[in-house]
Ligand binder design. Structure first.
Ligand code: ASP
Length: 353
């Protein structure tokens, strides 16, 4: 090979070989920072074909190395926030995540954030972040239903899709979303709807916002978020809010438990349009008189809970959750209580989100 050919060859190699994990062409790519929290996407099991596994085992480096294609979509950086099953995520972890994301965007450390997360409580973390991160940059949560060691595992594809969404020019002002199984869901509308299937997420009322397929993102609609983000940077905890579940002949004494435990709010996952028995109504009215905010949500996963339908909300002092499921209504009530104790103002937040 001639001398000048060698020079050209070495220049070409120089440009395509990663230098400190970064190629020249990567410099023009959007910067996506990955925050890993654990879950099945970082889970491993002994058998290729059986369901048993432990969530939150695989560290972030391994997760990212398993999907080299993400480096074609974005300049990737990452950090481990936790490595736990999402059933163990707590309010402290939410605050840590939210504050860290805020810092990343304020310091211009990245253009978008992807969070790897267990699927069990992913909708809650997503909704919490959608109410607390004050930035327009995309924040995409992603997980897996099958551990990384399983046959036909879904984590690698979901991670690539999540990075694709985070890096896409179409993803302007999408806020916090969940990318699972080729769909893109808004944090507010998404629910986990299957215990084991890979198609485990849906938005019952309004459908997914868009689709990610073959490396391309297409949005069909976008939710309106009119609530101003809550400021959480100075908080270490949130006011206690408990959820109670409605069923035939439910014992109203459970409400006394909440009163004794100094809860600040109750979300009641009522039957139908957020209904409960007369005895339960008495117990909940007693809680309202003690200054506890009571929100009527529903155990039904479609539709809204509406004011003054079968329950005299005005007279009894109840708030309705509108279309928020009980676990999301709890999040909004906890955050609302950091700002106000005014029932009407809180009701406006539920109707306005
Ligand atoms: N229990 C797991 C978790 O939420 C389930 C999953 O990730 O799919 O962390």
């Amino acid at each position: 090979m001639k001398y000048f050919q060698l020079i050209i060859l070495s220049l070409l190699i120089g440009f395509s070989t990663p230098i400190f994990g970064q190629t020249a062409s990567e410099n023009s790519l959007p910067r996506v920072h990955i925050l890993a929290t654990g879950g099945t996407i970082a889970g491993s099991g002994d058998s290729h074909t059986k369901a048993a596994y432990k969530a939150g085992e695989v560290p972030i480096e391994e997760l990212l190395n398993a999907v080299p294609e993400i480096h074609e979509k974005a300049k990737i950086t990452g950090e481990q926030i936790a490595n736990i099953g999402s059933q163990d995520i707590d309010i402290k972890t939410w605050l840590k995540l939210s504050n860290r994301i805020q810092e990343i965007f304020q310091n211009d450390e990245a253009d978008a954030v992807v969070i790897t997360h267990g699927t069990d409580t992913m909708e809650e973390t997503a909704y919490f972040l959608s109410l607390t991160v004050n930035a327009d940059n995309p924040v995409v949560l992603v997980g897996a239903m099958r551990p990384s060691t399983a046959m036909s595992q879904d984590g690698n594809r979901n991670l690539l899709d999540a990075v694709t969404v985070a890096a896409a020019k179409e993803s302007k002002n999408i806020g916090v979303v969940v990318a699972m199984n080729e769909y893109i869901f808004s944090a507010k509308d998404v629910d986990k709807t299957h215990t084991t299937n890979t198609n485990a997420f849906q938005s019952h009322n309004f459908g997914p916002m868009g689709i990610v397929f073959d490396g391309k993102v297409k949005f069909y609609h976008q939710p309106l978020q009119v609530l101003k983000p809550f400021k959480t940077t100075d908080l270490n905890s949130l006011p206690r809010v408990d959820i109670f579940y409605g069923y035939t002949d439910a014992d109203p004494k459970i409400i006394d438990f909440a009163i004794e435990n100094q809860t600040k709010g109750i979300v009641f996952a009522g039957v139908g349009n957020g209904n409960f028995s007369k005895e339960m109504e008495k117990a909940l009215t007693k809680a309202v008189k003690k200054g506890i905010k009571v929100v009527r949500s529903s155990r039904i996963n479609q539709g809204r809970v509406t004011l003054e339908n079968e329950v005299d909300d005005e007279k009894l002092g109840f708030i309705v959750a509108d279309d928020l499921n009980p676990q999301k209504a709890r999040i909004l009530l906890m955050l609302a209580l950091t700002k106000t104790q005014d029932k009407e103002e809180i009701q406006e937040m539920f109707l306005g989100q």
